[in-house]
Design a protein. Structure first.
Length: 85
């Protein structure tokens, strides 16, 4: 299991397009993905869960990835969260 805190840099936050890209990326890995914001934890492979977090620009979210490809998965997910507009 690996855990990292990541700053949301998208001006829209984790909404619509950024959340969809995050789900698509997370779904390419075997590892389970959990995203936490303000004490609420959701499955990183479920769009509705990510949208329900309401994380906005500049907010910090915590990623927890567990599984065989966790290191590669967390690095790719961090890139998505930090670089998508």
């Amino acid at each position: 299991m690996v855990t990292r805190e990541v700053n949301v840099r998208s001006t829209a936050g984790l909404h619509a397009r950024p959340a969809t890209l995050l789900v698509k990326t997370a779904s390419t890995f075997k590892s389970s993905v959990e995203i936490e914001y303000k004490g609420k934890k959701v499955d990183g492979k479920k769009l509705i869960g990510i949208l329900s977090l309401g994380a906005g620009n500049g907010d910090k979210v915590k990623l927890t990835v567990t599984g065989d490809d966790e290191e590669k998965a967390i690095n790719e997910l961090i890139k998505v969260i930090e670089n998508v507009e």
